[in-house]
Design a protein around this ligand. Structure first.
Ligand code: ZN
Length: 128
């Protein structure tokens, strides 16, 4: 199945944990895993703390420091920082499902990572 997201900023971490939980429940998945796949080259998906929203801000700010806007990039489209950030985050995550629930730690959430927004994005969920 597919989630459709609308990012609101050029760079943004969007917490999609609730949507993924709902998909697991709605599809009656009891045991196995949920693969979360992002079919984009300037967006990704990661798992990290969603209790304190400062963590998501810190991740974005740290990526900006590591991958500056001006970096002597060759890609003519001008969005190379977004491509590099996306490849660091990765395009998929897999979360175990046990007893009908995502196996996430107390502080863990699933974040869609926008690096070249705002735009409409897709996230595919596959149950394994
Ligand atoms: Zn590009």
């Amino acid at each position: 199945m597919k989630l459709t997201l609308q990012s609101r900023s050029r760079i943004q971490l969007i917490d999609i944990t609730a949507e993924v939980r709902k998909a697991v429940a709605d599809n009656g998945i009891k045991s196995g895993a949920c693969m979360i796949y992002v079919p984009h080259t300037t967006a990704g998906v990661t798992i990290n703390e969603n209790a304190d929203p400062s963590v998501a801000v810190d991740i974005l700010n740290a990526l900006d420091r590591i991958i500056p806007e001006e970096g002597g990039y060759r890609h003519a489209e001008g969005n190379s920082p977004a491509h590099v950030k996306a490849t660091l985050m990765g395009s998929s995550q897999t979360v175990a499902v046990e007893n009908g629930r995502l196996v996430l730690g107390t502080w863990q959430g699933i974040f869609f990572c926008e690096f070249d927004g705002p735009r409409t994005r897709s996230v595919h969920l596959h149950f394994l």
